[in-house]
Design a protein around this ligand. Sequence first.
Ligand code: GDP
Length: 369
Amino acid sequence: NLSVGLVGLANVGKSTIFQILTQQTQIGNPANYPFATIDAIKSIINIKSPILDHYQTIFQSEKKIESNLMIWDIAGLTRNASSGEGLGNQFLNDIRNVDGIMHVLRGFQDEEIIHIENNEVDPIRDLTIVNDELILKDLEVIENNLDRLNKLKKKPVHGHNVNKIELENEFKVFEKLQDLLYDGLKINQVEWDNPDEITIINKYHFLTAKPTLYLLNVNEHDYKTQTNQYLSDIQHWLTKNSPHDKLLMISANYESSLLEQEELTNSTIVNEIITSMKSALNLISFYTCGPKECHQWNLRRGNTVQEAAGLIHTDLQKTFISSIVYKWVDLKNLDLFNESLIKSQGKQYKQGKKYLVEDGDVVIIKAGS
Ligand code: GDP
């Protein structure tokens, strides 16, 4: 199950946004004092999908099963978290376990709500504090490993225990990462395309390697007009320091009033946040549809249909023979799915195990026993 963590300083609106995304008011603990949230709280968000709804209709499935994301409300970070302050290390470890980050920034003024940094709203200072803590934590991991590898390099080789080439490669990657972080850049700001480097980087679950979506929490007026006094400065900052990360505005207060009136299903921002997070995580969806149920599954872009089969059932991956695929473009205008008609139009595709699944595909797996 893929997971996303809400990250940010205390009192920026994380817990409120957590409730909005999960559409429940009972969980989480929005409160006007720092550290209201100590333990990370998690919940599942079902991902609404008009494509799934359409497939359920045309396949006349009894029920639909949406794909989901696990979301964690991670307690507020503070300056110096990486050196253990304010339960810092615990928070940073909670971040290590998620696949993606939603970084919440406070862009709203409210005298009543304490700001832990000099009681002054300044989202760029805030995001720098948080990112610096993530960078420092990654540097700590890198420095420890460089020390470890240095010691290993000096050891004489006994038997096959130490592979010198692997060591050297790992060492080089760590040095590269270290330079990057020293420049204040996050690991995910570099296009890594060497698979060996990617394997090494993935092994260590670096905090700054995680795809990030920035959420600027603003008042209702700013959200509705898509203006905010800090917006252009933040966009500038992102272009310079974090060009791969997207920024969205949200008004936590406004959305939570919708939630109370049970009108949140109409909220466009919730869908937009989830869609943006999915694409930051490089996720697409494929579907399995029959009379009983129509099911939406999340899959990494670039995965094969055999890997997709493994999500449905590990046995299906092992005994995979072939697949039948229908494309969204061919199905989107239908009122009813008619297999023989589709087949006669040449829109039923037989695909072998290497086929790369595309967003919107309906997939039927053929497997042995
Ligand atoms: P967290 O510490 O980041 O999880 O922040 P919370 O969600 O607990 O919010 C802290 C306080 O700020 C609570 O009293 C919220 O009601 C308030 N708050 C959250 N979002 C907004 C907002 O958009 N506008 C205003 N005025 N207050 C907000």
